[in-house]
Design a protein around this ligand. Structure first.
Ligand SMILES: [Zn+2]
Length: 216
């Protein structure tokens, strides 16, 4: 699980966070690297760490080796975990950070606090499909076209905003135990759009995710 933060400071610069939260500090001549709040810190040779990560990390939507079935399998292997928590685990799907997590679940119309065991296979497929599409979309906007990703955000950081789909207020809270910013629309479950999406999924229409413009 990805917790904590890494800061790099000038050698004599004061720390921005309290000393009690420091888990590792590496000081060089000019700069120091500080790791805060990480539950586990592993120090090893770079190649060995990369090899271990490659074996353990979930499938990467941006990789040519992307494996949607493995992403679904990894989610299903955590039946008691809330989907909003599971999605941040890099061993489920690699590269999903907090912004993506919020946007994926909003578009898939799945509440982040629902346990994985309560999700239908259609809902899990929607989540994994959006993980792939949004990962590629963010990369395309942010890195390839040099544009900000604000236009792609339907819920993230929309404090006091309203849902683009149903007009319901966007709810903001910190999801436990990960303590991450979470934005949800609790009005979308009754939307006609969602019902249409579910009917089409249950009838195995291929390409359904592309056929609903609001779901991007
Ligand atoms: Zn809504």
């Amino acid at each position: 699980m990805m917790f904590g933060a890494i800061h790099i400071y000038e050698a004599k610069e004061p720390l921005l966070k309290p000393k009690e939260k420091v888990r590792l500090m590496a000081t060089g001549e000019k700069r120091k690297l500080v790791v805060y709040n990480a539950p586990v810190i592993e120090i090893d040779h770079e190649e060995r760490i990369l090899q271990k990560l490659k074996i353990k990390l979930g499938p990467d939507p941006l990789s040519s080796e992307w494996n949607k079935a493995k992403g679904i399998e990894n989610i299903l292997s955590r039946p008691e975990q809330e989907i909003g928590v599971a999605l941040l685990d890099q061993f489920v799907i690699a590269g999903v950070g907090n912004i993506l997590r919020n946007e994926i679940l909003f578009r898939a119309k799945v509440h982040p606090e629902r346990p994985v065991a309560s999700l239908s296979i259609q809902e899990i497929e929607r989540i994994v499909n959006y993980a792939e599409r949004l990962s590629r979309g963010f990369l395309d906007y942010y890195k390839l076209q040099g544009m900000g990703i604000r236009d792609l955000l339907f819920v993230y950081n929309r404090f006091s905003g309203f849902c683009n789909v149903c007009g319901h207020p966007i709810k903001f809270y910190m999801q436990k135990p990960i303590n991450r910013k979470t934005f949800v629309c609790e009005g979308c479950k009754n939307s006609i759009l969602l019902m249409l999406q579910d009917v089409m999924c249950s009838m195995n229409f291929s390409g359904v995710y592309c056929s609903i413009p609001l779901a991007w």
